[in-house]
Design a protein around this ligand. Structure first.
Ligand SMILES: C[S@@+](CC[C@H](N)C(=O)[O-])C[C@H]1O[C@@H](n2cnc3c(N)ncnc32)[C@H](O)[C@@H]1O
Length: 296
């Protein structure tokens, strides 16, 4: 099993009753998706990216409207065990294909193989740069889901999960054993720079497999549900109000991973519209998600 696969299986494995807690969020996403679906000229194929446990969207809705649905993720066991997948009839399941995909291509060069141990033996910037350069490898031409072209592609929130969390975990393990803070900062900065390229390759793949509408959900803010920040956002959740909080945040702190992915996408494909949603991600902590709708 690859490192990226085992990392994500671990994240997807939770006893927490997310399915129930996410009902309202899922309904909000579903009604936005339905508006897009009903406006399509053709509904032959839908592709879901980052399907996981299929809990942030209704699989049934996709199955009802499309002739075929592709559910993709690196963790396909989560899809097969998903509540919505198990509830499908035999006929519906026959129209759903589960495809195992790794979206970044960096695993091919063995980036994460024994990474903590390999870095811990290095004590200078040059050696670390060489290791990371080799580790990320040549992913620039990486293509996934090569043979597909979909009327609609839905991307579950994923930018913030693509590699970066895994790299941060490596850094935090190294930090806990007293590894040089300067070198860790270097690794973190190097990873952020590389992530821009990873997102660009990922986005290019999204565009290539879309032949209609691309709908991308991305988590932009996260905070405690009862924090002053979240209370301010929830008090007036109109688009204008969230936009202005977001613009202020952007000025103060710059891009996060979630909006960087969308920003890069905006540069190359036509953005039709976007909406904000609140995602009660875990008990006591919420995310604010941007749902961006693109036209190809
Ligand atoms: C935050 S989840 C999205 C929520 C998901 N739709 C659900 O309901 O469980 C992101 C998904 O992306 C998958 N993922 C993360 N990194 C990946 C990668 N590099 N390649 C393929 N899938 C990846 C994870 O396995 C996870 O299922």
């Amino acid at each position: 099993m690859s490192n990226i696969e085992s990392f994500n299986i671990l994240l997807n494995t939770t006893k927490d009753d997310r399915y129930q807690r996410w009902v309202e969020f899922r309904e909000g996403i579903d009604s936005s998706l339905l508006r897009v679906i009903t406006g399509l000229e053709s509904r032959k194929l839908a592709i879901i990216i980052g399907a996981g446990r299929c809990e942030d969207f209704s699989l049934k809705q996709f199955v009802n409207y499309f002739e075929r649905v592709i559910l993709s993720d690196i963790d396909v066991e989560s899809i097969f065990n998903a509540h919505d997948y198990l509830m499908l009839t035999k006929e519906e399941k026959a129209r759903v294909e589960v495809v195992k995909v790794e979206y970044t291509g960096v695993e091919n060069s063995g980036l994460f193989d024994d990474l903590v141990n390999r870095i811990s033996k290095l004590d200078n910037f040059d050696d670390i740069e060489e290791l990371l350069l080799k580790g990320f490898g040549d992913f620039k031409n990486y293509k996934f889901l090569k043979k597909y072209s979909a009327d609609m592609v839905y991307v579950s929130p994923i930018y913030t999960q693509l590699i970066y969390q895994q790299l941060l975990m490596v850094c935090s393990k190294l930090r806990s054993v007293g590894y040089s803070e300067n070198l860790l900062k270097y690794i973190e900065n190097y990873s952020v720079d590389k992530l821009v390229e990873v997102f660009e390759v990922f986005n290019k793949n999204l565009e290539r497999i879309t032949n209609g509408r691309l709908v991308v959900a991305s988590d932009i803010f996260q905070d405690y549900s009862n924090s002053d920040f979240m209370k301010r956002i929830k008090k007036d959740f109109s688009k204008g109000s969230v936009d202005s909080i977001y613009n202020q945040y952007l000025e103060d702190y710059g891009f996060g991973m979630g909006d960087l992915g969308l920003y890069l996408l905006n540069e190359s494909i036509e953005l039709l519209d976007y909406e904000w949603h609140i995602w009660p991600f875990v008990e006591g902590s919420d995310m604010v998600v941007k749902l961006a709708i693109y036209k190809k």
